[in-house]
Design a binder for this molecule. Structure first.
Ligand code: CDP
Length: 785
């Protein structure tokens, strides 16, 4: 690997305005709904009102007779083509359309294809399904009871509701640490189910050309290449005949990684009918049936010495997977990367036991604004450390500092097997404490308490693991998690960069062009970035889990450096100098000691097509499939100040300081946007968002009146800080950042509310911390007014 360039110079570290926004702000984005093909049909999905029920019969005759209806598709019809079930990206199966029974409310039961979307929706009401309700399992604990109803009776070897059992770390060493501990602190908590709720719901236009057999699917996909391969494997269609095009995507947040039944039925329908079929999901369909996030029940203990040194960690985690294990985890890691739960701390022994259970809910557990299950891990360790600080009676900031992995111990191998590439945690903590005014706040808190006011200061010092991943360990359904870049410089010195990843709003068209500019000196406005079209971009695993910059960003650097190597040969030819006598300065080669004898990259590009030396291939282009040697480990410390109203349980955020370290920042403005988005989502989770279910399995949270997303009105303002610890193995030292704010901030908010109540012994409030919950805690603590 070429050396790391850590200095922020040239095109790195520059807040270049987002190139893509020019089309978005004038309403010229191109989303699925904008795609209109001649002769196009429209599809609507009938969903189950029951969470668990046997299907006795489905009568579609009345619907089929409605004028304008072209076809009604049921599971039975799909079964004839072996398409009633499909594989999930975690190696499980999921029903495309229900045949035997429904296993969650909102499950897809039948689809109507009609001349217009209104007729399709009207026809749904004419379908008569005879359901026979079955007992419902709505918690993973109930799912694992000995006599629990069997949810996946379709699977031959499945005799209970267990999905997986997976362990990491060293049980024996951890036992020993606990046996020798001076103090053991326990936390039992639940990170509740929430939903990524992207602004644009899912959808597709499937267009199978009856003349050529070419299948073009316009689709809200965060991973178009992997989806193409899965489509080929499931349908048996030749992969070269399948083109997936992900146009502009209105937010993904992990929700657009799984393959949903709507995509499959629309494609099958187009194949059978010989006409394009469009499916646009509605909001309730999105909220009740597509990839949810979180839903981890965690029970863990921290072993400590008298002086506060952490010596061991053990955690048991039970995950509510819904009725199918469909969250696209790397196949080796059943609970994602939850075993990063040792966080930022030098804990010598750790043991993590994870289990997943089927329930009658939507599948999910997607990497929602975090790398695979890292938010849950980070939340848990930060809540546990805060609890330990209260129980030991020590300052939570100092307990963290004392146990941080020291800066000189990097690269650091954690007790659960991660090799942290780089880190320097104290400066981030110090900066957060300083900016929030920690010492003064502690004084103010004391004074406020004397006056009967409850102020709390919460902290979270998280470490993420992103950039999946090294192919020796990371794959999805066996496809290794590399990513790719293909860079072509045109004769006039303009370039096109094609990537295997796919932005859903992260600003790739700008930041990846900046990487090219940094490497070659071609300004970002001269570099077109193309993503999302499988016929016209190199194969890659897509964008989720903050992997784009660590993997495709690195591929871009390497491809550009290959071009620079060829450009050097061309420059030597043009300048009639030896290659060894040439030096590079961003954008040009010049002869050492004679800076006037120079050729710019634009001049060199022209020569590559007009004056290349005999024996050299014409053109200036390169491809790289990048297999990262390691993950990257961004980190940071967040500090949050709240005041809790003793009369109502309402809590107001007084201040939020977020200090993030994602190594070299390519575009600080975009990074800040990512962090602010994450902080907003973290606040939403802590304060208001919750998807819950009644005992019949009805989803409470199926619309935005029940499922409360924070708007600009509720969202607190944030103060951002940064430190810069480059990743040593990344060509430009960048770590991913996409999600870190969602990882750290929920814990910081809960810790702040708990801290406000801590002098009365309140140690655990579950999210979302709605005023009624806080009010109950206040009452129990004798603090309510
Ligand atoms: O995979 P995803 O794009 O969601 O996440 P990411 O790689 O963490 O990047 C999110 C956005 O922030 C992209 O536009 C990146 O290029 C940008 N970024 C940056 O400018 N500097 C970094 N060190 C990391 C990300």
């Amino acid at each position: 690997m070429t050396g790391v360039e850590t200095e922020h110079k040239g095109w790195l570290g520059r807040s270049v305005k987002r190139k893509e926004d020019a089309r978005f702000i004038v309403g010229r984005g191109n989303y699925i709904e904008d795609i209109k093909l001649p002769n196009m049909l429209h599809m609507a999905i009938l969903r189950s009102p029951f969470a668990h029920a046997k299907i006795n019969s489905i009568d579609t005759s009345a619907a089929a007779e409605l004028p304008g209806v072209v076809a009604v598709v049921t599971g039975e019809l799909l079964a004839e083509h072996k398409l009633a079930w499909m594989p999930t990206l975690s190696g499980d199966t999921q029903a495309v359309l229900a045949t035997d029974k429904v296993r969650m409310q909102g499950q897809e039961v039948a689809c109507v294809i009609a001349e217009d979307p209104y007729i399709a929706h009207d026809a749904l009401e004419l379908i008569d399904v005879d359901y026979e309700p079955l007992p419902v399992v709505i918690s993973p604990q109930a799912a694992l009871e000995p006599n629990a109803p069997l949810i996946r009776d379709d699977k031959e070897d499945q005799t209970d509701n267990k999905v997986y059992h997976w362990e990491a770390g060293d049980a024996e060493a951890t036992e020993k640490a606990f046996a020798e501990a001076d103090k053991v602190v326990r936390l039992v908590t639940h990170y509740p189910r929430c939903h990524p709720a992207p602004l644009e719901c899912c959808g597709c236009v499937a267009d199978v050309d009856p003349a050529t057999g070419k299948v073009t699917i316009y689709m809200t996909s965060q991973a178009p290449h992997a989806h193409r391969t899965v489509f080929a494997l499931v349908t048996g269609l030749p992969e070269q005949n399948i083109q997936i095009i992900s146009p502009d995507i209105g937010g993904g947040f992990g929700n657009k990684v799984p393959i949903y039944p709507g995509y499959v039925v629309a494609t099958a329908a187009s194949l059978l009918l010989g006409r394009p079929v469009k499916w646009i999901e509605d909001r309730s369909g999105n909220l009740i049936s597509t990839g949810f996030a979180r839903d981890f029940y965690m029970d863990g203990e921290l072993a400590l010495k008298e002086d506060g040194t952490m010596t061991g960690l053990r955690v048991k985690m039970l995950s509510d997977q819904g009725y199918s294990y469909a969250d696209a985890q790397p196949s080796k890691f059943k609970a994602g990367l939850f075993h990063i739960v040792t966080g930022s701390y030098d804990i010598p022994a750790a043991h993590v036991v994870t289990e997943g259970a089927y329930t009658n809910k939507a599948p999910g557990g997607v990497a929602y604004r975090c790398s695979f299950r890292v938010t849950e891990a980070s939340f848990f360790i930060e809540r546990l450390v805060q609890t330990a600080a209260y129980e030991l009676g020590v300052d939570p900031a100092e307990l963290r500092r004392k146990n941080f992995i020291p800066a000189d111990k990097f690269p650091y191998t954690s007790a659960t097997g991660f090799e942290y590439d780089s880190g320097n945690y104290e400066p981030a903590l110090d900066q957060a404490l300083e900016r929030v005014g920690y010492q003064e706040l502690r004084e103010e808190q004391k004074r406020a308490r004397e006056e009967g006011r409850l102020i709390g200061i919460g902290l979270a010092s998280f470490t993420e693991v992103v950039g999946a991943g090294p192919s020796r360990q990371y794959d999805i359904l066996g496809i290794k998690m590399f990513d790719s870049a293909e860079l072509r410089v045109h004769p006039t010195g303009k370039a096109i960069l094609k990537l295997g990843v796919k932005s859903q709003g992260q600003g790739h068209e700008t930041t990846f062009a900046q990487i090219v500019a940094h490497e070659l000196g071609i300004p970002p406005e001269d570099v077109t970035v193309q993503e999302g079209d499988t016929d016209n971009t190199p194969y890659g695993l897509g964008t989720y889990a903050s992997r784009s910059t660590p993997v495709a960003g690195a591929a871009t650097s390497v491809a550009a450096r290959k071009i620079r190597d060829k450009a050097k040969k061309l420059a030597a030819h043009m300048l009639e100098a030896a290659e060894d006598d040439l030096e590079w300065e961003t954008g040009k080669f010049f002869v050492k000691g004679a800076p006037d004898r120079a050729k710019t990259i634009q001049e060199i590009a022209f020569a590559a097509y007009t004056d290349h030396p005999q024996g050299m291939e014409a053109g200036l282009e390169a491809v790289n499939y990048y297999d990262p040697p390691n993950m990257t480990y961004p980190f940071g410390t967040y500090a949050v100040v709240v005041e809790v109203d003793r009369g109502t349980g309402q809590w107001d955020v007084k201040k939020v300081v977020a200090v993030d370290d994602c190594g070299t920042r390519i575009n600080p403005m975009i990074v800040e946007g990512q962090i602010m988005g994450g902080l907003t989502e973290g606040y939403g989770t802590a304060a208001m968002q919750l998807i819950t279910f009644d005992e019949e399995g009805n989803c409470i949270g199926s619309n935005f009146t029940d499922y409360l997303l924070p708007t600009a009105w509720e969202t607190p303002s944030f103060e951002l800080g940064e430190t810069t610890t480059p990743s040593p193995h990344h060509p430009i030292g960048a770590k991913g950042v996409g999600e870190s704010a969602t990882v750290g901030s929920p814990a910081a908010y809960v810790n702040a509310v708990v801290d406000a109540l801590a002098h009365a012994g309140v140690r655990n409030i579950e999210m979302p911390m709605t005023p009624d919950k806080v009010w109950t805690a206040l009452q129990e603590a004798g603090l309510a007014e």
